[in-house]
Ligand binder design. Structure first.
Ligand SMILES: Nc1ncnc2c1ncn2[C@@H]1O[C@H](COP(=O)(O)OP(=O)(O)O)[C@@H](O)[C@H]1O
Ligand SMILES: O=C(O)C1=C[C@@H](OP(=O)(O)O)[C@@H](O)[C@H](O)C1
Ligand SMILES: [Mg+2]
Length: 241
């Protein structure tokens, strides 16, 4: 597992001294302190997981929410619950553009709900407007999962319309090639190398803590509310040099 942090932001204010139960193990005490410090530094900001389909965003998001004692929101599940349709059916009956509208609205709504962990769908961060909202309102983590880990994760997936092609492995490679330069605009990157790395939220917690709470970073919040750049080739994209 490797961790890269970028666009460093503010230091933590740890607030009240920690007070876990006297009988708690040292590991539990350390977890408790970490959760408290990260929650304090995040304030009302949600933590948003972005990355390829099959990277583990939904599974890891749930685990991270448990660690942060926060609400968990999965944008795909919200859309399915609200429309009463599966993602596959929305794509088939209403088209991808309609799904992207629902997705953008759902994510923007979730970003206004206060502290939460939000797992997005793999295509969401590609939408400039969505990415800008995430840049302003949240701390984002790219789950940069290895292609060798993603492939088996998606082998039996019948829920992703984008994977209904004659060569699934090639489709995954092509999507990763096209999307990774955008995913890397997230504030933080976690890179699970093996399936077992997907199991715990430890890496996300470590990265969040380093990003938000490392000593000597001052208390300014400016870096955390940045506008993330437009995707290359998008209508609003700045020319790059
Ligand atoms: N933490 C995990 N533990 C066990 N299986 C996982 C884990 N993360 C991902 N997987 C496997 O990968 C599949 C896709 O994971 P998911 O969390 O739905 O990814 P995403 O939301 O990024 O598409 C899951 O159905 C599961 O088989
Ligand atoms: O990458 C994509 O375009 C999609 C990813 C899916 O979510 P997951 O990344 O959670 O699988 C889901 O939103 C939809 O099938 C489209
Ligand atoms: Mg998901």
């Amino acid at each position: 597992m490797s961790i890269r942090t970028v666009n460093r932001g503010s230091a933590c204010s740890s607030g009240q001294p920690d007070s876990p139960a006297a009988s708690a193990s040292p590991k539990r005490t350390a977890h408790f302190a970490m959760t408290r410090e990260i929650r304090g530094a995040l304030g009302a900001r949600p933590t948003v997981l972005v990355g390829m389909m099959g990277a583990g965003k939904s599974s890891l998001g749930r685990a991270l929410a448990r660690r942060l004692e926060s609400r968990f929101i999965d944008s795909d599940k919200e859309i399915e619950a609200k429309t009463g349709k599966s993602i596959i059916r929305i794509f088939a009956e209403d088209g991808e553009a309609h799904f992207r509208n629902l997705e953008a609205n759902e994510i923007k709504r979730a970003l206004e709900q206060g502290p939460a962990v939000l797992s997005t769908g793999g295509g969401a961060f590609m939408i400039d407007d969505v990415r800008h909202h995430i840049g302003r309102k949240a701390v984002s983590i790219w789950l940069n999962t290895n292609e060798d880990v993603i492939r088996p994760n998606l082998k039996h997936n019948t829920k992703c319309p984008k994977l209904r092609t004659s060569d699934q492995d090639q489709t995954i490679s092509d999507l990763m090639q096209a999307h990774n330069s955008i995913y890397r605009l997230a504030n933080l990157t976690i890179a699970p190398q093996h399936r077992r790395d997907l199991k715990s939220a430890d890496a996300c917690m470590t990265a969040l803590h380093a990003y938000l709470c490392d000593a000597g970073q001052g208390t300014g919040q400016a870096g955390l509310f940045q506008e993330l750049p437009d995707a290359p080739g998008s209508q609003n994209a700045e020319p790059r040099v």
